[in-house]
Design a protein around this ligand. Structure first.
Ligand code: PMT
Length: 224
């Protein structure tokens, strides 16, 4: 049955945006709402998959029949993804993950000092979760999908990112007023490591989610 083509599969999806705390009242974050990742989770569940949704700071209703793991920071998201992906058939990283985090967390609210023009905020690199999963492939035959939100040279940057991260598919979406971050709609090109390019026209995030699972399903090893 084509409509239930992910039956018997375990898929892991990350959604939302990480928040890297500076002090008890502030964080470094981004504009991800989680809508694209939640649409991916709903679509996979509707197609019969067991779904683990690692959700970073998304204020959205939990999709029915989906196992939601809430996280805050990139380091927590990595822990949750590594745990869930051990037996996963596919991992889709739709979350916007901070590349850097504050080096130290101030337990008291950071105060501005007289005459100080530059805030003393040192940053350190966060782990690259997508590159790690794509490199390690905890389960043989696992399909790994990344996302990239780009503002310029969208396709060239996407192709370079696909190669750098080592994933099978990379969904490239251009940042815009009425797409990608926060909106109900999106528009994308899905790049394949095999050189394929699948354009997805402007429309609801569910439509992009369905195309992603079509492309994943084609690449999964046959059920034994
Ligand atoms: O949540 P919405 O409001 O619906 O918006 C959806 C979205 C715009 C967030 C989504 O469609 C999207 O594009 N997500 C990726 C955002 C992004 O810019 O990613 P990136 O280029 O920083 O990272 C590329 C890939 O590596 C992503 O799959 C990301 O999850 C992953 N990554 C990034 C950094 C890092 N330290 N670890 C990672 O695993």
């Amino acid at each position: 049955d084509l409509a239930r083509d992910l039956t018997g599969r375990h898929v892991v999806v990350s959604a939302g945006g990480t928040r890297e705390p500076l002090d008890p009242v502030r964080f470094l974050g981004n504009r991800s709402s989680g809508k694209q990742g939640y649409a991916l989770a709903r679509s996979a569940a509707a197609r019969g998959a067991r779904v683990t949704l690692v959700s970073a700071n998304a204020a959205l209703p939990e999709p029915a029949g989906v196992d939601v793991v809430p996280v805050g920071t990139a380091v927590q998201l990595r822990e949750a993804i590594l745990k869930a992906s051990a037996d996963a058939d596919a991992v889709v990283m739709a979350a916007a993950v901070a590349d850097f985090r504050p080096q130290t967390y101030a337990t008291g609210k950071i105060k501005k000092k007289d005459g100080q023009e530059q805030p003393p905020i040192a940053l350190v690199r966060n782990p690259d979760i997508l590159a790690e999963i794509a490199g390690d492939r905890p389960r043989p035959g696992q399909v790994v999908v990344g996302f990239a939100a780009e503002t310029d040279d969208v396709l060239a940057n996407g192709r370079a990112k696909l190669e750098r991260k080592g994933c099978d598919l990379l969904v490239v979406n251009e940042v815009g007023e009425r797409k990608t971050f926060g909106s109900e709609e999106n528009e994308a090109v899905v790049l394949g490591a095999d050189g394929s390019e699948t354009p997805v026209p402007y429309g609801p995030k569910e439509a992009l989610a369905d195309t992603v699972w079509d492309l994943v399903a084609e690449r999964l090893p046959k059920n034994s």
